[in-house]
Design a protein around this ligand. Sequence first.
Ligand SMILES: [Zn+2]
Length: 132
Amino acid sequence: MPKKTLKYWKTKIDKVFHEYIRRRDADNKTGYCSCISCGKQVHFSETDAGHFISRQHLITRYDERNVHAQCRKCNRFEYGRQYEYSLKLGEELSQELLTLSRGVLKLTDPEWLEIFQDFKTKLDDLKSIQNF
Ligand SMILES: [Zn+2]
């Protein structure tokens, strides 16, 4: 297998990871999520997977604690309302993620593949119990 680019893995993993996060935060029966920043109830299909620490930081990009369902208004037009986001996460976790985000992540193709497969499995598990 020829070596894959980081862009290849990001595109591939983002797709399953973002859907997994949005489904994880949805009510299994109704499909509604509570926006991590403003608390508004939004249907799964109209949410974004919003990062607390920006996606530019690869090391926290796929950290489940760093990403939550968010309404599009908060995510796209209000820079994720990071202050409100940090209040929801709590000071300890916010600090931990901030510190972690300064690190560097370098993975091999098999390691990226493992991350992809892990989220793919989690996503499929959720899909099997949710009917939206
Ligand atoms: Zn919101």
